[in-house]
Ligand binder design. Sequence first.
Ligand SMILES: Cc1ncc(COP(=O)(O)O)c(C=O)c1O
Length: 429
Amino acid sequence: MSTQKLATNALHAGHTPSETAGTRAVPIYQTSSYVFKDTDHAANLFSLSELGFIYTRLNNPTNQILQDRLAAAEGGVGAVVFASGTAAISTGLLTLLRAGDHIVASSSLYGGTFNLLNVTLPRLGITTTFVDASNPESFGKAVKENTRAFFVESLGNPKLDVLDLKAISKEAKAAQVPFIVDNTVASPALLNPIEHGANLVIHSLTKYIGGQGTSLGGAIVDAGTFDWTNGKFPEFTEPSAGYHGLVYSEALGNAAFTYKLILEGLRDFGGALSPFNAFQIIQGLETLPVRIKQHSANALELATWLEGRDEVAWVNYPGLKSNKYYDLAKEYLPKGQSGLVTFGVKGGFEAAKKLTDATKIFSLLANIGDTKSLIIHPASTTHQQLTAEQQEAAGVGQDLIRLSVGLEDIEDLKLDLEEAFKAISTVTA
Ligand SMILES: Cc1ncc(COP(=O)(O)O)c(C=O)c1O
């Protein structure tokens, strides 16, 4: 594991220029497959008696450098990258779980993840109990004999609830299940869940890590801390029918889950990241520590400004002293609270819709974590398929607007919102 700091690892981890023809930049290995020296070499690679590249669905040298950097950034023993954050989550859960298993999850999750747990996985026999994550004990209380994972977002999208990760990780330890933390909104530059007891960390690389809104990607970082031999995960301790009798926990020790993700998760579900996207995401990761500071500073200033506006009913940003999660943010996010701000407009659903139509610098679209500022009205878009109760639990009211505050000049951003408020003044009056 690297002992260097994030800003250094983000630029250097995993890449030795002398091994890539001296290239200072990480090269793009745009190839689907790799020439074997002979059939013995090929046989050794397939049986894992020699490590190397076989096919880009399993691994690729550009992707490997990104994997090494992400593992270093989060403090894990390994990482696996995927075609999107959603591919990371679904492949991770399907690699870990089987029909009959149960998950305990925070009720405030990104809408896509909520649907996966609430609708799609139950079709395959994997069920979830959603709990109020502001009460860590609710996780322990929801545990059943067949519970096999806890799943949360460190900073919920879009509720922006900061979780007491240490307290929830204690509940996971007591239940002897892996604690999975989606750290997309905070990013590894602001928070490292592994330091607070997470066993697996998820990222949508599409957001702050890629950072430019150009490329989808996802990752799972394995802390290497979970004991797969505790009797609840026979697929790690018994010969794998899916990989000619390999016993993952014996053969691979604390990298057992990382390898299972590659050898079975990527092989069977196929959600591999394109090397070109890995290259783009590497460019983003290199500047993440600098960018996220400015995203956080801009978001705090804009949230403070919004609190002073008559048209605004409420503002939610964990860096605000008035915020419910301020104390937890001081503990878990002391370097900054990232770039998302939510607020309610007086005038409710219609006023919120109109305001999102009226901004010019803030683009109306369904993404977060871009250098450019973004705006959305979740109740009419990303969360429209949820029931009113589910919207409430996810923290999505009818009047809620989510901003992903970018890196433009803060005065221009204020002016853009001010003009938009003027444009809807008949609705908010
Ligand atoms: C917290 C969080 N996790 C996961 C995802 C899914 O990532 P992707 O869009 O890369 O599939 C998102 C997408 O918005 C997200 O906000």
